[in-house]
Structure formats: C-alpha cells, structure tokens
Design a protein around this ligand. Structure first.
Ligand SMILES: [Zn+2]
Ligand SMILES: [Zn+2]
Length: 168
C-alpha cells in the first residue's frame, strides 16, 4: 500500500534521527514545502566539536514540579545540553525564504525553546509523533496564538530499527 504524506515524511524524520549520537535522545526533523523535502536535521553537538559518544553527555539537572497521586512533588530531571536540538539545526541549515509557508515534521514534540524559534521561522504547520509533556501546555497555547497548526500524529508507527530506547 502506498504511504500517505504524513507517514512518508515522519518516516524520513525517524530515519534522520538515527544519525544522532546522543545516547539519551534521538530526534529527527524535516522541512517540507509543497510535498518537497527542503532540509533534514537531528540533534547533535556543533560540527567539529566532540559529541556525546566521544565526550559523554553534558548533563544538566533541574527540578520539575509534578503532580503525583494528587500531590505536588519536586522531581529531579536530567537532560543533555551538549546538543543543538534537531529543530534548531533545521533552522540553521535552511533558508528563511524557503521556510515561508512550510511544514516541519519532527519525531518529538518540540520543547519550549524550539517551539518559540519555530513560531518565528515562517513555518505554518508542525507535525510531531512522541509527546513531550513538560512544555506541552505552553507550547500549544503559543501555537494557537500564532495560528500555527500543531498536529500530533497519534496513530503513527515508526519504521523498524529507527527507534532507540532512551534513558530519561
Ligand atoms: Zn547527549
Ligand atoms: Zn528543543
């Protein structure tokens, strides 16, 4: 059976994500203009700089307020700050004029910083697969304000061998 466009471009985003060398998270993003692929990117250290496989992840710890069994609790979270996020790399390597009216397919729901940058990038639609609950609420509100279509591809299944297990 022929793949629909959503599946087609999300499959490519997952293929791209396998290039990432951060063992904590593999994220891929693609830029699509009128069904044409204009760019691909994944999360990684700047070119020529030791990456997570060579130098290890650069861990930042932060506390997050979570509701657990109806009670507020501070939960310690770790994330890797060595990498430039896939969405940010996508913006660094594509042209502003090309982006006007385009769609971004990204394997993971963008974090707040990436969402903020995408909102100012000319992109009119963002399609993601894996949810990222931490920033979800404020990102969705911002996209509504901005009039950007923000779509969760809920029933989607990534291609075999493109998904790594991530430690959080
Ligand atoms: Zn890392
Ligand atoms: Zn991000």
């Amino acid at each position: 059976m022929r793949k629909d466009w959503d599946t087609y471009f999300m499959d490519i985003a997952y293929m791209v994500s396998t290039r990432s060398r951060c063992p904590r998270r593999h994220v891929g993003a693609v830029l699509v203009q009128g069904k044409k692929l204009l760019g691909t990117a994944y999360n990684g250290a700047p070119m020529g700089v030791p990456d997570c496989e060579e130098a290890g992840c650069m861990i930042a710890e932060e506390y997050e307020l979570k509701i657990i069994d109806g009670r507020e609790e501070m939960v310690k979270k770790q994330r890797c700050v060595r990498t430039i996020h896939a969405e940010q790399n996508l913006l660094l390597f594509t042209d502003r004029n090309d982006r006007e009216g385009s769609i971004v397919y990204v394997t993971d729901q963008p974090c707040w910083t990436c969402a903020n940058m995408l909102a100012n990038s000319g992109v009119v639609e963002i399609v993601y697969h894996r949810p990222y609950p931490k920033d979800s609420e404020k990102v969705i509100t911002m996209m509504e304000h901005k009039g950007i279509t923000f779509r969760h591809l809920a029933g989607y299944q990534p291609p075999n061998d493109t998904v790594m297990s991530v430690s959080n």
